[in-house]
Structures are given as structure tokens and as C-alpha cells.
Design a protein around this ligand. Structure first.
Ligand SMILES: [Zn+2]
Length: 154
């Protein structure tokens, strides 16, 4: 029995995207892949997912075209790379629902260094905040800014 409804044929684009993305494990796997963790063991250790949970999510993400296998791990496809502003929006939204909560992710523009005030564009230099022009600083990874990655060969 499926865990939830199937929205893969919905006419609403939000519902169709939710069918692929509205799973916390999927979002955490994407977060870790952009952070350079692309092998199964790295993704398991960083997300805390059980092997079976991670294997199912990676299979569904592969079927949905978000990731592809790329020895020795996985890489983000073009569609997977397009999820970056969604992750940024999630991070920004956490400030709305928990303004005093821990802030473990800082997003900045790689071109000018501005801390992002938007999910997808730099307010200072107007560069897109895509995987090639964005830096993250994660408290859980030492807090220093790093370039994003999109594949196991990177
Ligand atoms: Zn900038």
C-alpha cells in the first residue's frame, strides 16, 4: 500500500512537483548532494536514513529524474539542480516559523559574497543563485563557506 496519495497526474503544477519533492528524506538527500555528499554511505551517514529508506528514496529520485547513478555515487541531473531555490526557500521559511531557532545554513552569492536575501537571485549583483554561483556555510560542516557540488565526479 502506498504511503500517500499519488499526485503524479494532477493538473496542478504544485501537486505534481509535490509528488516528487514532498518527502523530507528527498529534501535532505538533495541538501547533502549539493554539499558534496554523493555516495550512498555518505548520504546515509549525513541524513541518518536507514539503508532501506535511503535506497527507496534514491530509486524514486532516479525514476523522477532528479538524480542519476554516477560511479562511485550519484549526481544531480538538470532537474535536480533546479531544486536549489526550493531548498533555499525551505531554509528561509524556517526563519518565519521559528525566528529564534538555530540557523545552521547561510546562503551567499559566490560572485560578490552577499548573503542571500532571496531564494534564487543575488540582490546585490543580480546573479542567479544556482549551483555554480552559490556558496553555503553549514554549521554542521564547520561553518565555512563552500562551493556547491552536483555530482560524484565533482
Ligand atoms: Zn552577488
Amino acid at each position: 500500500m502506498p504511503l500517500r496519495s499519488d499526485w503524479s497526474t494532477a493538473t496542478c503544477p504544485i501537486a505534481r512537483s509535490a509528488d516528487v519533492l514532498a518527502d523530507p528524506w528527498v529534501l535532505l538527500i538533495l541538501r547533502e548532494m549539493f554539499s558534496g555528499r554523493t555516495r550512498f554511505d555518505q548520504l546515509r551517514d549525513a541524513t541518518g536514513a536507514a539503508d532501506s529508506v535511503l535506497a527507496r528514496r534514491l530509486a524514486s529520485m532516479t525514476d523522477a529524474g532528479l538524480v542519476a547513478q554516477d560511479d562511485p555515487g550519484y549526481r544531480l541531473t538538470d532537474a535536480g539542480r533546479e531544486t536549489l531555490p526550493i531548498l533555499h526557500a525551505y531554509a528561509r521559511f524556517s526563519r518565519m516559523i521559528d525566528p529564534d531557532g538555530p540557523w545552521g545554513l547561510t546562503v551567499s552569492c559566490a560572485r560578490c559574497g552577499e548573503v542571500a536575501a532571496s531564494s534564487d537571485w543575488c540582490a546585490r549583483c543580480s546573479a542567479p543563485l544556482d549551483a555554480d554561483s552559490t556558496r553555503w556555510a553549514r554549521r554542521s560542516m564547520g561553518g565555512e563557506p563552500f562551493a556547491l557540488t552536483t555530482g560524484s565526479a565533482a
